[in-house]
Design a binder for this molecule. Sequence first.
Ligand code: GDP
Ligand code: MG
Length: 282
Amino acid sequence: MSKPVIAIVGRPNVGKSTIFNRIVGERVAIVEDRPGVTRDRIYSHGEWLNREFNVIDTGGIEIGDEPLLVQMRAQAELAIKEADVIIFIVNGREGVTAADQEVAKLLFRSKKPVVLGVNKIDHPDMQEELYEFYSLGIGDPIPISGAHGLGLGDLLDACVEHFPEDEGDDYAEDTIRISLIGRPNVGKSSLVNAMLGEERVIVSNIPGTTRDAIDTAFSRDDQEYVLIDTAGMRKRGKVYESTEKYSVLRSLKAIERSDVVLVVLNGEEGIIEQDKKIAGYA
Ligand code: GDP
Ligand code: MG
């Protein structure tokens, strides 16, 4: 079973990256490499109350030169699609802004669990700043200070409460789970088709339990296998989807469900930077 995903959303400068760093600590984080841009740590994992989870700082995912509100909307949509729990960070020193209300509306409509963190509450005597955030209509605001590491336990307690139950998957215990990981268009799906040549019995072709991958179960020499193909899962039509940032999280989820990871490269193009990253997750 892949780990639950927490996504952090909020306006620029509210403290998302500070809180992300507090949550994941010294763990290795996946950064976005873009020339001339700060290397934001975007994906990593953490643990709280013995529950492991993945965490995304959506603020580090930028989509071209889109205006702020479009960026924020896209980041919120990404969080809604990919996360089990969303941490919405606002700035306790600035009060509720129009952009906060806009994001709150999107999150509210999504019906995803949202935990509201009011950041920059550095002193206990600032508690009264909290009350106006009730007007966002997404539950109790939790006072935190990313800078001072205050309130983060309460924030994570609230997240863990909303984690889905450990479901496992539908396959027999001794099924060998193999995922195919690689850049788009390196030929993952063709390889799956080739591997499932005629002599193999395809048992079923079930959409992945995590809706991120196509699972194909088959048996060979009395051994059950399932191929987890992360190809062809890029969704269409949304701004952020053109960026392929998605494939990172999908790869992570597939890897967590696998016994064996098959990293597929394009022999014609050789190894490029993105391949190294992908192989690094595996
Ligand atoms: P992001 O744009 O949402 O990722 O925000 P950052 O994490 O980069 O933080 C923006 C600024 O707010 C930085 O200067 C941080 O040092 C500062 N900051 C973050 N958390 C706190 C906090 O709890 N209290 C105060 N006073 N400043 C903070
Ligand atoms: Mg940031």
